[in-house]
Design a protein around this ligand. Sequence first.
Ligand code: IMP
Ligand code: MG
Length: 179
Amino acid sequence: MHKDIDEILIPRAELEARVKALGEQISADYAGRTVTLVGVLKGCVLFMSDLAKCITVDTRMDFMMLSSYSGAHSTGVVRILLDLKESIEDCDVLIVEDIVDSGLTMEYMLQNLKTRRPRSVEICSLLEKPSRRKTTVPVKYSGFTIPDKFVVGYGLDYNGIYRNLPYIGVMKESAIERK
Ligand code: IMP
Ligand code: MG
């Protein structure tokens, strides 16, 4: 275990099993169609690459990078740093996100993508923290519901670090202060 991690919340094997199940569910729901995965960079990267390998229907992949304005707390005021390369008109879009916390980022994404006339848009998030939710965005595919703790690993970062950890871990308070 990494020295800055207090506790492994979701070990590697549990992530693998849940991601496989999500892939099977998505493959069944999108049978006969092409799904367009829209990953939210950078947190989606590890999750999306594993998930995509478990999807058996035709799959496109595109990415967006967003940044929330100011400070530690999500305001819901979002800036697009990198936009989709392709049109999603008439596409079945599945947003792939690392974690839905307040839900404000996903609310913005949904509104924004819907103006581009996709056939459908759904959300797939590896993690959900329901205790902090401020919106009612529907997360159709949800990996794990977690308590209100700051987690890192499997794509999630703290100040840009820890994304490569192969598990979801809770950070040590002492490490949060130092980094
Ligand atoms: P929301 O708009 O509050 O739902 O913000 C979600 C974003 O906040 C995620 O995409 C993450 O980048 C970040 N975030 C929220 N909770 C955590 C956490 O526990 N660890 C790392 N990043 C987090
Ligand atoms: Mg994110």
